[in-house]
Design a protein around this ligand. Structure first.
Ligand SMILES: Nc1nc2c(ncn2[C@@H]2O[C@H](COP(=O)(O)OP(=O)(O)O)[C@@H](O)[C@H]2O)c(=O)[nH]1
Ligand SMILES: [Mg+2]
Length: 443
């Protein structure tokens, strides 16, 4: 995700760190690098120009120039402006009081609207809400089917509309409202028609839906892979129907970042969520600060923590962190940790969230992929409790016995032990310790 932009901006940071003083000349060089990075990421040229001006103005400020670490200051300025570009602070989804809250999703065909309806409803349900889904599309009755399947998969409530109800759309829309209340739902997620391009007929239909349902939020769903096209159509939807917020989908792909970095300033509307995969749990609240740090290579320890807190037993995590700090980390703990990693999603995703460089680079080189985690678990399961506590005692014959027990080759047992010892060594290093001690796990 945004890999290229990220590595280019990290080069700028590296270049600046190598300079003792900030001068007109090296600043011009840095700005040029930034401009190229953004243009290559398909960011709107006006947004880029604006960004450049702001950085220049702030960086050439005397306080920055006279500070002890001017380059660090400039890097921070770039990060802060990047954050501003992404919307500055996290904006929460708006709810109506009294309920129901109605979320109307709009966007072009293929942008991920229907999928996102399912994701959003699932997210609402996890929040303790009782959502209902409905698909309103005058032209394509088959649209019902797709949403129906999604709601069944996710065990959500679906209000199905039949073809004859589409002959009197206004009446049907009013019925949707009364049914939401009658069935006791506090939230309604509305999927709407999409087209390949914005046309007047679609806009008329969406305006009618909006006028009658009076949604709490009209959310534009944009495919980040389409870059500036997503931005342009967002602008059209904003002009013709009016939006309250944005969800960007497919940020897991090789989107260059242009949509994410332009859409907020162009439309003036905040990004509230991002879709990061086809599955229904690949849906995240959007945090401009974390995204900016991630792009600048400062990692995203906060997102990681949030994920860990959500999905792992807090007490277990706390104990683990304590052990990691005190060096009592055994293979038994390693096994527990592998189990938690499995819960947290793919290993590569996990590693992506760690700050780059140093120890973490080493960790990603360890080549721990998801099937390997399963094998590692099987191997550890074949060890005795004593062996798990004292891995140093596992000699050649023990290794053979373990390999036979779990049906994996001895070479894999060797590899596991090697990686375990490497990991222990790594934990002694300061960077890792610092990260652990910054984890707010000991409440
Ligand atoms: N990789 C990825 N694919 C997505 C995401 N959101 C949606 N999709 C895929 O995009 C395609 C179109 O989605 P759909 O919900 O039918 O779009 P709609 O026409 O706007 O309703 C489907 O293949 C989805 O699985 C996402 O966040 N990441
Ligand atoms: Mg659809």
């Amino acid at each position: 995700m945004l890999d290229q932009l990220s590595s280019r901006l990290q080069k700028v940071a590296k270049f600046l760190r190598g300079e003792v003083k900030i001068t007109e000349k090296n600043m011009a060089e840095a700005l040029k690098m930034i401009r190229m990075a953004f243009l290559e990421a398909d960011v709107n040229y006006r947004v880029v120009k604006d960004f450049e001006l702001k950085i220049k103005e702030k960086a050439m400020d005397e306080k920055v120039l006279e500070s002890l670490t001017p380059s660090q200051h400039v890097i921070k300025i770039v990060r802060d402006e990047l954050m501003a570009m992404l919307g500055q602070e996290t904006k929460k989804l708006t709810f109506s009081s009294p309920p129901p809250s109605i979320f109307m999703l709009v966007g072009l065909q293929g942008s991920g609207k229907t999928t996102t309806c399912g994701k959003l409803a699932k997210w609402l349900k996890n929040l303790g809400k009782s959502p209902m889904l409905v698909s309103f599309d005058l032209k394509r009755p088959a649209a019902q089917e797709q949403l129906n399947i999604i709601t069944q998969t996710l065990n959500l409530s679906f209000y199905e509309l039949f073809e004859d109800q589409m002959t009197d759309p206004k009446k049907t829309l009013k019925k949707i409202l009364t049914e939401t209340k009658n069935r006791g739902h506090d939230t309604l997620v509305v999927d709407t028609a999409g087209r390949l391009h914005v046309d007047e007929e679609l806009m008329d239909e969406l305006r009618m839906v909006k006028d009658i349902l009076k949604p709490t939020e009209v959310i534009y769903v944009g495919d980040s892979m389409t870059g500036q096209d997503a931005v342009k159509s967002a602008q059209q939807f904003e002009e013709k129907i009016g939006l309250t917020s944005i969800i960007l989908t497919k940020l897991d792909g090789d989107a260059r970042g242009g949509a994410a970095l332009s859409i907020v300033s162009v439309t003036g509307k905040p990004i509230k969520f991002v879709g990061v995969g086809e599955k229904y749990d690949k849906f995240e609240v959007f945090h401009p600060d974390r995204m900016a740090s991630r792009i600048m290579g400062m990692g995203d320890v906060l997102s990681l923590l949030e994920k860990a807190e959500q999905e792992t037993d807090l007490k277990e995590a706390e104990e683990l962190a304590k052990k990691l700090r005190s060096q009592e980390f055994s293979l038994e703990d390693f096994r527990k940790q592998l189990g938690q990693l499995k819960k947290m999603g793919s290993m590569s995703q996990f590693l992506n969230m760690l700050p780059t460089g140093g120890v973490f680079k080493q960790m990603s080189k360890m080549n721990v992929d998801d099937t390997r985690i399963l094998y590692f678990e099987a191997i550890i399961n074949s060890m005795t409790a004593k062996e798990r506590e004292n891995p140093k005692t596992i000699n050649g014959s023990r290794r053979k016995r373990i390999a036979r027990g779990c049906g994996r080759p001895v070479s894999e047992v060797n590899q596991l032990l090697k990686q375990f010892f490497e990991m222990k060594k790594m934990m002694k290093k300061s960077q890792f310790k610092r990260m652990l001690s910054s984890m707010p796990m000991e409440h």
